[in-house]
Design a protein around this ligand. Structure first.
Ligand SMILES: Cc1ncc(COP(=O)(O)O)c(C=O)c1O
Length: 389
């Protein structure tokens, strides 16, 4: 691939994939790969799903894209279905193209409404690719919660804690990533998050749940923030909601939507509220509901967690962190992670390689038999790597 510029920082491992189906990718030679990373954590219901393909074809045959002043009823239907899943009755949705954009617009709306300029997030959050998000030298307060990870009083976190005292009095919004932590699957303590939300809200700041990774059933609930007993003002949804198609959504709760009516906000890009993306969102939500995939993610996630914990030997496999079907497996060093990762690819299994951890985020459709099969191969691979290290 001489003329393609790859700049994600990842090496291309399999350049000749020609087919996909459900949990599997197939290369030109017909070799199959079980995709336990769901692409870039996007194919929430698996690759090449017939029902979704049918929806895409129908929508393309009616209206894929139109100008800002013309549209199709699918937008309203889709907005209603995602707002219902989020429990944002009477809220509003704006359909966009990437997770980064859903965060960006939520942050812009929060700044517009609060007239504050500083955004708050946890120091290890990943929020997207845009410079307004990646350039943390300007208008950001990064709350370092390292010491909360080892705090013995995690459940009793109170407002007098030194960590919380560092929060600036006025921020436009707190962007909360409920559990990915730059891909390392660390779950901030519930009491700490509730306190941060209280401090920000008491000073009229907004709360944005960054559900780009944790949303759409990934953590065993529709959204990751639902493990925290908080009510965000905005929810940024991406990845899994398009099942591989680049659509994202910023959800706005009823109160905030009313505020935006009184203080109009403008943001436009060419593909905002495109009917094609909206039709896919509605189809994915319906598929998850019809197949009871949130319960399946809880059930199969618990099974996978049990299996993964059983391979922790503190010699090579140090720790497993997970919630629902989102896992990080910490490995002793990067060399061993690379060996396990490469061996798994040879055997036809794709997991994420994050240097000191492996990421495992299969589609919500993964079955018990597939989990059992993968764990058997993972055990063999670890024994092999142990023998030849
Ligand atoms: C937690 C989180 N937020 C935001 C993003 C940005 O989403 P996108 O890559 O679709 O722009 C990602 C992408 O990996 C993510 O994991």
């Amino acid at each position: 691939m001489e003329h393609v510029f790859f700049c994600t920082g990842h090496e291309l491992k399999i350049p000749n994939i020609v087919k996909s189906e459900g949990l599997y990718l197939y290369d030109k030679q017909g070799k199959s790969y079980m995709d336990l990373e769901s692409g870039v954590w996007c194919t929430s219901i698996g690759h090449n799903i017939e029902g979704i393909n049918g929806i895409i074809k129908n929508q393309i045959n009616s209206l894929m894209h139109a100008g800002f002043c013309y549209s199709n009823e699918i937008l309203e239907e889709s907005a209603q279905s995602i707002l219902k899943a989020a429990g944002f009755n009477h809220g509003k949705s704006v359909f966009l193209c990437s997770g980064s954009e859903a965060i960006e617009i939520s942050s812009q709306m929060a700044k517009h409404l609060t007239a504050e300029s500083v955004s708050l997030t946890l120091h290890d959050s990943y929020l997207g690719a845009y410079s307004s998000i990646t350039d943390k030298s300007r208008n950001w307060h990064l709350l370092n919660w390292e010491q909360c990870k080892i705090c013995s009083d995690k459940d009793k976190c109170d407002l007098s804690c030194e960590v919380l005292k560092k929060i600036p009095k006025y921020v436009s919004e707190f962007i909360f990533e409920p559990g990915s932590s730059s891909g390392f699957v660390r779950f901030p303590p519930k009491a700490m998050i509730k306190n941060i939300v209280k401090i920000v809200r008491d000073n009229n700041g907004k709360i944005v749940a960054n559900e780009v990774t944790t949303g759409i059933g990934r953590t065993g609930k529709w959204f990751g923030y639902q493990h925290y007993d908080i009510n965000p003002d905005f929810i940024a949804v991406g990845k899994g909601v398009g099942n591989g198609y680049p659509v994202s959504i910023a959800l706005i709760n009823e109160y905030t939507a009313r505020q935006l009516e009184l203080k109009p906000f403008h943001y436009s890009q060419s593909h905002q509220n495109d009917p094609l993306g909206a039709s896919i969102v509605k189809g994915v939500i319906q598929y998850i509901e019809n197949n009871d995939l949130i319960s399946e993610a809880q059930k199969n996630g618990a099974l996978l967690q049990k299996h993964l914990e059983s391979i922790v030997d503190k010699e090579i496999i140090l720790e497993v962190r997970g919630r629902g079907l989102m896992f990080a497996v910490d490995i002793k060093n990067e060399g061993l992670t690379n060996s396990i990762y490469s061996e798994l690819i040879k055997k036809g299994y794709i997991v994420g390689n994050r240097g000191s951890s492996l990421r495992i985020d299969p589609p919500l459709t993964i079955t018990k038999t597939e989990i059992d099969g993968f764990i058997e191969v993972l055990r063999e691979t670890i024994s092999h790597v142990k023998l030849f290290r």
